[in-house]
Design a protein around this ligand. Structure first.
Ligand code: PLP
Length: 283
């Protein structure tokens, strides 16, 4: 299997990462996941932009340009022959031994790695919905950075899994923020509500796509905070992410939502999202 290591594409078993790499010791790094449909990246420029923005937010110098990164991941995709799947790329602050909390000098080169995995769309879940639980958002206050230290997120996802659910919907006090690995939105009286971007949530790329779908469909979108109670009384709830796309929610704890309704807003967004996939990636 070929992977990205630094600026090269090499065999996975040739990768050599020092145990003092700051990604390994501190979780000091950022990442992106980009979906691949039909041998083509979806929303690639938006993901690369967010990757660079995340790096900038932690004052990490990128050792390559956006165009170089795009060329590198495109070469890897060509070599991989994967039709449907995703690429995971991450950039750590590199190896600055001995271990020290302080940021190292700028001549320590950040380390880029990346790999492609084949996977199909979650058609069954997209049709029947995902089960979720409500969990206390125990994460830190810079959730806008797509960083590799995901302990809070994975602990929360694990809580959901223990309760036989797929995803955890998070709240800070009364306010719904996002999910452990997706954004969340609710539909009430024909309008969509979702938490505004800021330090409490990740600015989702999938959200950009469904928001433009909503605009085309003349469905109002309010990026404003809503409460747990409002969520439980919503007409529809959906979550969104690169790998889940627009995903209906069938259950939040014990509360069930009927996802079989034809013509619901979630269904309209799903079919618009599919058209966007075809537009960018072909059939
Ligand atoms: N929020 C969190 C915490 C995530 O981890 C993700 C994706 O992994 C998202 C939201 C959705 O972001 P995107 O639509 O860019 O995949």
């Amino acid at each position: 299997m070929k992977v990205i290591w630094g600026k090269e594409i090499i065999d996975r078993d040739k990768v050599n990462i020092d145990f003092e790499d700051r990604g390994y010791q501190f979780g000091d790094g950022v990442y992106e996941v980009i979906r691949i449909y039909n041998h083509t990246y979806f929303c690639v420029d938006e993901h690369i932009d967010r990757f660079f923005t995340s790096a900038e937010k932690i004052e990490m110098r990128m050792p390559l340009t956006k165009a170089e990164l795009k060329a590198l991941i495109t070469d890897l995709l060509r070599e991989s022959a994967v039709k449907n799947g995703s690429i995971y790329i991450q950039m750590t602050r590199g190896n600055a031994s001995p271990r020290d909390h302080s940021y190292p000098s700028q001549d320590v080169v950040p380390l880029l790695t990346g790999s492609i995995t084949a996977s199909e769309r979650k058609i069954d879940k997209m049709k029947n919905g995902m089960r979720t639980t409500l969990e206390d958002d125990i994460r830190w206050l810079r959730c806008d950075i797509k960083m590799i230290s995901l302990l809070g997120n994975i602990m929360l996802k694990h809580e959901a899994h223990k309760k036989n659910a797929d995803e955890a919907i998070l709240h800070r006090g009364d306010i719904i923020t996002e999910c452990s690995s997706s954004n969340v939105a609710m539909v009430k009286d024909g309008a969509i509500y979702t938490h505004p971007d800021g330090n409490l949530i990740l600015p989702g790329i999938t959200k950009i796509v469904w928001k433009s779908c909503a605009e085309k469909l003349n469905i109002p979108v309010y990026e404003q905070a809503f409460t747990t109670e409002e969520l439980l009384n919503a007409d529809e709830v959906f979550i969104s992410s690169t790998t889940k796309e627009v995903m209906p929610i069938s259950k939040i704890d014990d509360k069930t939502f009927d996802v079989s309704k034809k013509g619901s807003i979630t269904r309209l967004l799903q079919s618009c999202y599919e058209k966007e996939i075809v537009k960018q990636c072909g059939e």
